[in-house]
Design a binder for this molecule. Sequence first.
Ligand code: ADP
Ligand code: MG
Length: 143
Amino acid sequence: MAGRQTLGIVKPDAVQKRNLGNIIAHLERDGWVVRAGRLVRLSRAEAEAFYEVHRGRPFYAELVEFMTSGPCFPMALEKDDAVKAFRTAIGATDPAEAAAGTIRKLFAESKGRNAVHGSDSDENAAREIGFFFTEAERAHLWG
Ligand code: ADP
Ligand code: MG
């Protein structure tokens, strides 16, 4: 069964342009619940570990550089069929190819500086939520 949570990150480009609130508002209007969220500045080691699956890809160094360039805002987001629904909400990796009304179409600059991250499977959503938020913390926030 598809899970109800995914990990979204408002990336440094969107935070810097002060689109954090606009993106969260867009998500809340679209029925999402922000279960956890925090402004963080990733270290190089953290960005490398988070994007470990992309190590060796041509864009990896640029991606790590970008993700450490300023604060970003990871969020545990909840909705039915969360991973798939969030991928639909954010649109294609390259904003030039993203559908109208998607977050990347609205807020992203380029394929690299593309405003948001979204998990690509339930397994990765669990790993990525755990990367930023503890179980105890998530329970405490809503308990
Ligand atoms: P997505 O974020 O849509 O799941 P990927 O997992 O393929 O996309 O890539 C992870 C991130 O790496 C992208 O969101 C983007 O920031 C960056 N990236 C991917 N491909 C490129 C590229 N060709 N050039 C620059 N950056 C890229
Ligand atoms: Mg991906």
